[in-house]
Design a binder for this molecule. Structure first.
Ligand code: ZN
Length: 129
């Protein structure tokens, strides 16, 4: 299963005198970095999990690394938004305490951390930015 990002982006620290010009990292680009660089998978494994061909994964990964490098070197914020990844429909985010959680019961979803019913489907959350 694909894990939703724990963040919607990252903000730079210590940039003086100008507004950061943000970089949009697509969800599949985030996922490629997560699987390859963080989970240390090889490209064959990651391509299977992301349901793309190996060459497609390689292309996604190259773009993702270029964006992360630009953000890092040029001091730009990263916003994780958009793309073609669809999360399992049972993933939600709590609008009160910001927790991400799974919900598989038949009733209306509620947050298991704070019990709030003010929750958003993660597919909607990342689509709308
Ligand atoms: Zn909550």
């Amino acid at each position: 299963m694909l894990m939703p990002p724990v963040i919607k982006g990252m903000s730079v620290y210590g940039v003086r005198g100008r507004k950061s010009n943000e970089i949009n990292l697509l969800l599949e680009e985030y996922e490629a970095i997560r699987l390859l660089d963080h989970q240390k998978m090889n490209q064959e494994e990651a391509a299977v999990i992301m349901n793309v061909s190996r060459p497609t994964l390689t292309r996604i990964y190259e773009v993702a690394r270029q964006k992360v490098a630009s953000a890092f070197v040029e001091g730009r914020d990263i916003i994780i938004r958009g793309g073609h990844i669809v999360f399992d429909q049972n993933w939600f985010k709590c609008n009160k305490c910001r927790a991400n959680f799974n919900f598989y019961e038949k009733s209306d979803p509620y947050c298991p951390v704070c019990e709030s019913t003010d929750v958003t489907s993660l597919n909607e959350y990342f689509k709308n930015g």
